[in-house]
Design a protein around this ligand. Structure first.
Ligand code: UDP
Length: 253
């Protein structure tokens, strides 16, 4: 099918501090369950959908990469003796389950969505097609990206950086349990301070546990800003896309 030329236009590059029009939101699997839990918790999933609805209603284009760690983490599963690549494919399938759960929750709120997956699941999701994903975003649909990169030995963080480049997202919003990157674990150390800004090289050199090194390097290549923030704090996602001072912003300088 012939695509309209206009449908492939990406947003003009935005300042590294926001506000951002097209965002790539990375949600880890753990956001789908209660802290320390496993599987899918309906209330947590509905809350995620409500939060994404707020960003959608603020006129932002949102692509969501979902993780699968609440169901299967390949590296951990491999410790039980399962072949690592097989375990990783299981992990990718787990992300499809989360994606469909999120789609259902969003559609119950009346938000149009499409799930695209990097591994075939043709009965429930479209395959990942970059140009089609961009078109969905332009039409105001939330695009939920499942199946990671489709390759074992990789993570959904790396997938998030890759898809952000492909879809022309202006920022990678990395939702975490704490509001940004801290000098120490803020849940254990009352003196821990939040870094407001970091460079990609700070993260790599200090081995800060933000995202895996492949994801950071990939973001660095195109100076894609990464904002690490707490998505469960009320109003935080909206503040994040508006470029307000939440979380930790990672850029080149
Ligand atoms: N995975 C993979 N390739 C990818 C993305 C994910 O093999 O491109 C597998 C890997 O086993 C990983 C699991 O899927 O542990 C779930 O993804 P991830 O651990 O990134 O999820 P999160 O920690 O964000 O919940």
């Amino acid at each position: 099918m012939q695509q309209k030329a206009s449908s492939q236009k990406l947003p003009k590059s935005a300042p590294p501090h926001g506000p951002w029009k097209r965002v790539l939101l990375k949600i880890s699997g753990e956001a789908f369950c209660k802290e320390g839990g496993h599987g899918i918790d309906a209330a947590e999933t509905n809350a995620l959908a409500e939060t994404i609805k707020g960003v959608h209603e603020a006129g932002r284009q949102v692509a969501v990469v979902v993780g699968g760690g609440n169901i299967v983490r390949g590296a951990q599963m491999a410790e039980t003796g399962i072949n690592r690549s097989t375990a990783d494919y299981m992990g990718m399938l787990a992300t499809v389950i989360n994606a469909v759960a999120l789609q259902d929750a969003l559609e119950r709120l009346g938000i149009p969505t499409r799930v695209q997956t990097a591994i075939s699941a043709s009965q429930i999701a479209e395959p990942f097609i970059r140009r089609r994903a961009i078109r969905h975003l332009e039409k105001g649909r939330i695009v939920i990206l499942a199946g990671g990169t489709g390759n074992p030995w990789m993570t959904t963080d790396t997938c998030a950086a890759l898809r952000a480049h492909e879809l022309g997202a202006e920022v990678l919003l990395k939702a975490t349990k704490v509001d940004g990157v801290y000098t120490a674990d803020p849940k254990k150390d009352a003196k821990a301070e939040r870094f407001k800004r970091l460079t990609y090289l700070d993260v790599l050199n200090k081995k800060l546990k933000v995202m895996d090194a492949t994801a950071i390097s990939m973001a660095m290549e195109r100076s894609l800003p990464i904002l690490v923030f707490d998505m469960k704090k009320p109003g935080n996602v909206l503040r994040a896309v508006q470029g307000e001072d939440v979380g930790t912003l990672i850029t080149n300088d």
